[in-house]
Design a binder for this molecule. Sequence first.
Ligand code: ZN
Length: 154
Amino acid sequence: MKIDPRQIPEEGLVLNGSVPLSDYDIPIGELRGWNKINYQLQAHKVGQEVTITGTLTSNFETPCARCLDFIPWELKINDFCQVLAAPDEALLDLTPLIREDIILALPLAARCELDGAGRCPRSGRVYTPPSQDDFAEKRRATVWRDLDQLKTEN
Ligand SMILES: [Zn+2]
């Protein structure tokens, strides 16, 4: 994605659209269904400097780290911000900067959201987290039993 600094008016330039993922050489690994990067950016030029700010989004599917099913994922970078030196004649290439931010925002171990019963909405499998309450409950019971024993002994 290239920007011509000469085309940025004084009040700034709004850039909305999408670019094909294939131009960005991003290691997608096991991700699937990913074909574009959407951008909503603003470009401002002050002297020889251009500031680009805005949002990048992408949608794809990633395997759930818990049950290995694919789950829909929205990658969102709300605070894309780059300050670039802008000599008059040169085009600004945002491609490597966008690429780097996207790679940093990739999900490392995406997980589906379990419902209230600990069930994965995709696979239907139930995952019960180890319960702290159980432990506390048993501990409390033991304490009372010990106290009772003390009473009987006296
Ligand atoms: Zn899952």
